[in-house]
Write a protein of this length. Structure first.
Lengths: 383, 383
C-alpha cells in the first residue's frame, strides 16, 4: 500500500523511454479532493534544479492538485530550455485534468546537466494520465526509481484517516534532505497551516538527519498532499506523530538501500549541551571518510570518531569523551576503555554512541559506510 | 638534501621496533645554534594527541633545540600514561644533549588510541642520539613515514642561507593542516617574531589548502627551526617567499602520495567576492565524494561541482557559474557549455576552474580523487 492508500488519490507509473533501460520513468499522483491542501520542503542547495524552481512557485499558496515526477533525467542545470520543459509538463497535466498549471508540482531525478527529451516526456505524461487509478501507487513508486534497487513505500492508519508515502533515493543522501523525492498523501482533513507545520516537524527529525554521503542534492522534494476525503480532522500533534512515523519509515528504507552500502549506521550523540551541538557532532562523524571506511572494514575505530568530534565547536572536554560501538564502551574518558574485540560489526546495523557529558540533549544522525562498491557505482556511471 | 642541508643541524633516523615491519621509526633533529629560534603551527583539532599538547607548551617561548619524532604510534587518546611517555621522550633527549626538556618538541604518528611502547621508544631515542650526524636528514625523513610510499624532502637556497624540509603524510590530509608532520630547518639568522609570521604566512597558502580526504588530524605539526649558523639575516618578505616555496613543494609531495589516489586535483576558484568565499567553495568541492569518485572515473562531472558550490554561502548567481576541466569550459552560465568529451582526464594532474563572477579574489585548494584503493587502504588497516 502506498500513496493511493488514502481516499481521494489516483496514481500511475509508465515507461516513457527517458531511461535507456526502458523501465518505468514517469509517475503521476492526483489529489481528487475535496481539499487540495499541500505542504512541501525542498533542497536548501542554492543551485536548484528547474523542477524545484517551478514547484517552489506552485507551493507558494500551499495548494496542489497533482504532482508529476520523472526519473531518467534531473532537468538540473539545463538553463531556460529546461525550465520550459518543466513548465510544459505542468501545463499538460493541468490541461488534461482540468485545472491550472500552477496547481501541479513537478519533480525530476536522474542525470544532472543533460537536457530532458521533451517529446518523450510529453508522450509519457499523456499515457500516465490515461492510466491513473486508485490502485496505481505501486506503479508510481516504481517509476521514480533511479539507482534504487527497490521501491520505497509505506502506509500508516490513523484514527479514521490514512497516510501513505513513496520515496526514491540512493545516493546524494545528505543533510537538509537527501537526493530524494518523497510524496506523502493523506485523506485527513487538515488546514494548510497544520500540514506545513506537521511536515516540517516530521522532516526535521527524519529526512534531515539522514546523511548517507554528505552530498546535498539539487532536486530534493518532500511533498505532502491532503485530500480531506476521510472527513476526519485529527488532532495536530497526533497527525504530526503519525506523519513522522511515515517519514521515518521511508528514511530508513532510503538508508537501507544507499548506493553500495554494507552498513546502516545510527550515530547517537547524547548528553550534549544543546540539540544543535548533538547534530553538529553527529554530522561531523557521518562525514568522516576515515570513520566510514573503518566501519566497512568492521573496525570499531573510535580514534577516527574523536578526531571528527574534535573538528566541531560543540561543548565538551576531550578527556571526558566516551564512545560505544553497539553498546560496548571501547573509549572512556578520551582513552581506551573496553577491549575493541568485544565489538561485533558483522551485522548490517551499527549503533555508535558518543557521550559528550556536557548537558541533557541528544540527537541521532543516520549514515552508511563508505565501500568500494560506492566508489565503483559513482565513478563508473554519471549520475 | 633535507633538514641537514642548512648549517647547524644534525639528524638521525633509527629502527626502534615500534613498527611491526622493523623499518626505521624514530627520528631526531637537533639545532646546534647559535640561535634556537623556532616557530610552529599545530592541528586545530580540539581532540589533540599527547605530543601536540606537550609541544604547544614547548613552543610557548618560540624556542626549540630539538625535535624527536616517532612513527609506529600516534600516542593519541592514550590518556595521562601517554602524556607521560611524551614527556619522558623529551626528558631523555634533553638529558643526553645537555639542555632542558622544555626545549624539545615531540611528534608522533601512526595508530590512534593505542599506547606507545615506552621501553622501545626510549631505546630508540638512545640510539638516535648516538647516530646524530650533519648528513642524517634523509634517514630522519625515512623514519617518520607511515603509509607514505616515499619520503618527502626538499631544499631551497636563499641569498647566503638555506632552508631544508621533510614531511610525512598520506591520509587524514585536511584543512587547517593535514595528518602531517613537517620539520623545516634554516640557518638564516632571524628573530622569533619573523619566524612565526613567515611560517604562518607560508602554511596558510600551502598546507592549509591541502584537503585530500576532508579528515582533520590529531597530530599535525609544522615546525620551523632556525640555527642562525649562516650569520645571514634575510629580508623578511624574501625569507617568507622562499619558505613558502619549501612548504609548497612538500605539500605537493604529500598530495602526490595521498593514500590510494590516482589524480592530483587543483580546484581554482576565481572571481570570488572575497578570498574566504573562494576557499569555502574550493573546500566544498574538495569534500564532495561524488565529485571525487567522478574524477577517479575520469568523468568531468560538472553537475556534481555545481551541487557542491550550491551548499556554500559564497556570493554568486547559480545561472552565471562557469566550470572548466583542464581549461575546457564544459559548463557556461550554469548549463552545458563545450562538449564534455573534449576533456581528457587520463593524466594524474587535473585542474578544475570555477568562475563565480562575483569579484576579483581567487584561491586554490588541492585534493585527490576518491578511489577503491583509498577505501581498501582505510578499511583493511587501522590507522
Amino acid at each position: 500500500m502506498t500513496v493511493t492508500a488514502p481516499q481521494g488519490f489516483r496514481a500511475s507509473g509508465v515507461a516513457a523511454g527517458l531511461k535507456p533501460s526502458g523501465k518505468p520513468d514517469v509517475a503521476l499522483v492526483v489529489n481528487d479532493g475535496p481539499s487540495d491542501v499541500a505542504a512541501a520542503v525542498f533542497t536548501t542547495n542554492r543551485c536548484k534544479a528547474n523542477p524545484v524552481l517551478w514547484s517552489e512557485q506552485v507551493m507558494a499558496d500551499r495548494r496542489a492538485k497533482a504532482v508529476v515526477l520523472n526519473s531518467g533525467g534531473a532537468n538540473c542545470y539545463t538553463g531556460p530550455t529546461g525550465f520550459q520543459t518543466t513548465h510544459a509538463s505542468a501545463e499538460l497535466v493541468a490541461q488534461r485534468l482540468g485545472f491550472g498549471a500552477i496547481d501541479v508540482v513537478v519533480c525530476s531525478t536522474g542525470l544532472i546537466g543533460e537536457e530532458l527529451d521533451r517529446d518523450k516526456l510529453t508522450a509519457g505524461i499523456e499515457k500516465a494520465v490515461t492510466e491513473l487509478s486508485t490502485r496505481g501507487g505501486a506503479a508510481a513508486a516504481e517509476a521514480i526509481m533511479t539507482t534504487d534497487t527497490r521501491s520505497k513505500q509505506t502506509v500508516r492508519e490513523g484514527d479514521g484517516y490514512t497516510i501513505g508515502g513513496m520515496a526514491k533515493g540512493a545516493g546524494m543522501l545528505a543533510p537538509a534532505l537527501a537526493t530524494m523525492l518523497v510524496v506523502v498523501t493523506t485523506d485527513a482533513a487538515i488546514d494548510s497551516e497544520t500540514a506545513d507545520r506537521a511536515l516540517r516537524a516530521a522532516t526535521r527529525v527524519t529526512f534531515d538527519r539522514l546523511d548517507s554521503d554528505g552530498c546535498m542534492s539539487t532536486n530534493d522534494t518532500v511533498l505532502l498532499m491532503c485530500s480531506g476525503a476521510s472527513g476526519k480532522t485529527p488532532d495536530a500533534d497526533e497527525f504530526t506523530a503519525l506523519l513522522t512515523e511515515v517519514c521515518h519509515d521511508l528514511a530508513q528504507q532510503l538508508l537501507g538501500d544507499a548506493e553500495g552500502s554494507e552498513h546502516d549506521i545510527a550515530i547517537q550523540v547524547v548528553n550534549a549541551a544543546t540539540e544543535d551541538d548533538a547534530l553538529a557532532v553527529g554530522r561531523a562523524i557521518a562525514r568522516s571518510n576515515l570513520f566510514k571506511t573503518a566501519v566497512y572494514g568492521k573496525d570499531p575505530n573510535w580514534g577516527r570518531i574523536l578526531a571528527a568530534v574534535g573538528t566541531t565547536e560543540a561543548a565538551f572536554e576531550p578527556s571526558e569523551l566516551d564512545v560505544a560501538f553497539n553498546g560496548v564502551w571501547i573509549c572512556r574518558g578520551g582513552a581506551p576503555g573496553e577491549p575493541r574485540d568485544a565489538v561485533d560489526l558483522s551485522g548490517r546495523e551499527v549503533t555508535v554512541t558518543v557521550d559528550l557529558k556536557a548537558g541533557q540533549q541528544s540527537a541521532t544522525i543516520w549514515t552508511n559506510d563508505l565501500t568500494k562498491a560506492y566508489v565503483h557505482e559513482n565513478s563508473a556511471y554519471s549520475t
